[in-house]
Design a binder for this molecule. Structure first.
Ligand code: GLY
Ligand code: MN
Ligand code: MN
Length: 365
């Protein structure tokens, strides 16, 4: 399925209270245009008015826009010799934006771009529209969900193969590198984030790192990973034990699994995010491990692996809405012993949720 950029641009044009929206390179640019451009010292800005799209871009990258007739974009190119001031001024004049209101994503537009706009036209007004952008991106279109389904399928097939190959003595880095190779061979477009492989006591740190520590039998092996497809990620965590776990390890695992299941059962349209977080946390607290569940239950998932909506946390009363995709990833982290996290990716449908991830959830193989 190809990505529907005109549909996305239509929702951008529906943002009220602005005469145009300026988008700089990053995941917003990727979302609304699919242009493969990066933030650098050479500014690039896409300006969306009600009827037009103009892209201010260095000449050396201009063909990326001309190669996309579907965007119906006017290319306003500049060269290193001329500098970019003239291109910015031309854009404001051509689009009739002097004295008007420009919507910007205050989280990504730099002072660099804003200074040029405001020096050319001190009467230009700025309005932050990041909340509107986040809200548009929180409701996934079918093409986005399809890309995530493919990323998940490739990631899960890679883990299935990896688990047939893992032996005690392999280092965390060797395991991560093999998993990444398997995802690439399976058709993934690279990793969604640094693959996290943590063994034994290392797994007790939810924001730890992948080290040269060799895996030992009978300890936790936590793998948090995912590839991208068309820019969209999988974000999956499974925890296993190669060998025989202790009774305490099995209890911790079973508790996290029940928390994961309780959160999934609680999630449906209209339910406040806090209620989903509470469902997971209650299970872990009731089992006596509450002090070891030290993060939120999940986060929004999209072009950014961590998207701000929805936030499955105890203080977020906003309801889940159809089209949202998010993670459910409770964990228990016991210093010295290790940690368990079980992370699934979830789509909110009109009537409930669909669990997009299906890799088995079992401590032992
Ligand atoms: N992989 C980062 C996370 O699960 O949030
Ligand atoms: Mn993850
Ligand atoms: Mn996650």
């Amino acid at each position: 399925m190809s990505l529907d950029y005109q549909g996305r641009i239509a929702s951008l044009r529906a943002i009220g209270g602005v005469d145009a929206v300026a988008i700089v390179p990053g995941t917003n640019m990727q979302y609304f245009t699919g242009l493969d451009v990066h933030m650098s010292e050479r500014p690039i800005v896409a300006l969306f008015t009600r009827d037009d799209l103009a892209v201010i871009i260095p000449r050396l990258e201009a063909t990326k826009v001309t190669a996309r007739p579907d965007l119906k974009a006017q290319v306003i190119e500049w060269t290193d010799e001329e500098g970019y001031q003239g291109a910015f001024a031309w854009a404001l004049d051509t689009l009739g934006l002097r004295g008007k209101t420009l919507g910007v994503d205050g989280l990504t537009m730099r002072v660099t771009e804003w200074l040029v706009f405001s020096q050319i036209d001190p009467s230009l007004q700025v309005k932050p529209v990041e909340r509107e952008l986040v809200s548009i991106r929180a409701h996934k279109m079918p093409d986005e969900v399809d890309a995530m389904r493919r990323a998940i399928a490739i990631s899960e097939a890679a883990l299935k193969q990896l688990l047939t190959e893992i032996k005690p003595g392999m280092t965390e880095k060797a395991i991560a590198s093999r998993l990444e190779a398997l995802m690439t061979e399976g058709g993934g477009d690279g990793v969604a984030f640094d693959t996290l492989v943590q063994t034994g006591p290392n797994s007790a740190s939810p924001h730890g790192s992948t080290t040269q520590r060799p895996l030992q039998p009978g300890e936790f092996l936590l793998i948090d990973y995912g590839c991208k497809v068309d820019g969209y990620p999988a974000d999956i965590t499974r925890t296993v034990c190669i060998g025989a776990p202790t009774a305490e390890m099995q209890t911790i695992y079973d508790t996290v699994l029940r928390a994961n299941e309780a959160a999934k059962a609680a999630a449906k349209p209209g339910v406040p995010c806090a209620q989903v977080d509470r469902a997971a946390r209650q299970v872990i607290e009731d089992a006596g491990y509450g002090q070891y569940f030290i993060h939120r239950t999940g986060h929004g998932l999209g072009l950014d692996t961590h998207e701000p909506v929805p936030q499955i946390a105890g203080n977020i009363e906003d309801p889940l809405e159809p089209g949202m995709v998010f993670t459910i990833e409770p964990g228990i982290y016991v210093p010295g012993l290790g940690g368990v996290r079980i992370e699934d990716n979830v789509l909110v449908t009109d009537t409930g949720v669909e669990i997009l991830t299906s890799f088995p959830r079992s401590l032992t193989l």
